[in-house]
Design a protein around this ligand. Structure first.
Ligand code: ZN
Length: 279
């Protein structure tokens, strides 16, 4: 893939091949009519929105981290997502989808539709994908740490089996969320209310919570509370966690555009479906 603007053949994060070693290489393939038939399968897309994204990745990727993707998917009769695709971070997946569009159709994306945040009217703009801003992971670290301004405590039963009582926690270590996580939580995904889905992805990516005494929370307790852990967080602490996720290196799936209706600046968002419109 030749480099155009901010789009290069290097992923913003990369795949964790072994701890502390990331592989950022990927090669796109050009889509054909058969691929588009898979992509336009609207029933599949509606019933399995996350697996659909994984499917598009399988079709768009010739190789990732030196491993063949499309060839494996074809061998699996286009039915099973190869394991390597589940290990792609969600952030990199966005980047690959944009690169995939650029590789097949060119870097211009026509007819991006959104609502103007200012006047509320529907707007249609075209975008240069190679100018979308990209942030990159400069270290080979596969995750991030959130340090809370105010520590949080957890309620426990009388027996306090996990030594939680009286302790306060303020440091959370996350790994980057993966396509596999989004597929596992697909049943919680609602297009217009991402709350539950996002919280589940956040829980599944949580590796360790450290106390203010620097000792980790018992992994049994973390496992036990996994999907209800955020209930014990203050709204402010939760906001700090969410900011950590918002700061994950990636391509920005939105661009500031001038609204043709009211002439004010508005942020126009892209979604994966818009990247692969009917031809
Ligand atoms: Zn407007």
């Amino acid at each position: 893939m030749k480099n155009v603007g901010n789009l290069t053949d290097q992923l913003p994060i990369g795949l964790e091949i072994k701890p502390g070693k990331l592989d950022r290489r990927f090669i796109c393939r050009e889509l054909d009519g058969k691929d588009l038939r898979f992509i336009y399968d609207s029933v599949y897309r509606k019933n399995h929105p996350m697996e659909w994204v994984a499917r598009v990745l399988c079709l768009v990727l010739e190789e990732i981290a030196g491993e063949r993707v499309y060839a494996q998917y074809r061998q699996l009769d286009y039915e099973k997502i190869p394991d390597i695709v589940k290990k792609i971070t969600s952030a990199d997946a966005s980047y690959i989808l944009v690169a995939g569009h650029a590789f097949t159709f060119g870097e211009k994306l026509d007819e991006v539709t959104d609502k103007c945040s200012n006047c509320g009217r529907k707007i249609v703009v075209s975008m240069d994908l190679s100018k979308l801003s990209v942030t990159r992971n400069i270290e080979d670290k596969f995750g991030f740490t959130v340090k809370l301004t105010k520590p949080v405590g957890f309620k426990t039963d009388e027996k306090d089996m996990f030594s939680i009582k009286g302790r306060l926690f303020d440091t959370l270590d996350f790994r980057y969320p993966l396509i596999g996580d989004t597929m596992n939580n697909e049943e919680y995904f609602k297009p217009n209310d991402r709350g539950d889905f996002d919280y589940r992805i956040m829980s599944d990516s949580l590796m360790v919570i450290f106390g203010t005494d620097a000792a980790p929370m018992s992994s049994e307790y973390l496992q036990f509370r996994r999907h209800s852990i955020w209930d014990s967080f203050s709204a402010m602490a939760l906001k700090e966690v969410r900011r950590g996720f918002a700061d994950i290196p990636s391509i920005e799936f939105a661009k500031e555009c001038v609204c043709p209706q009211c002439s004010e600046d508005t942020l126009v968002g892209i979604n994966p479906t818009q990247l692969f419109p009917r031809v």
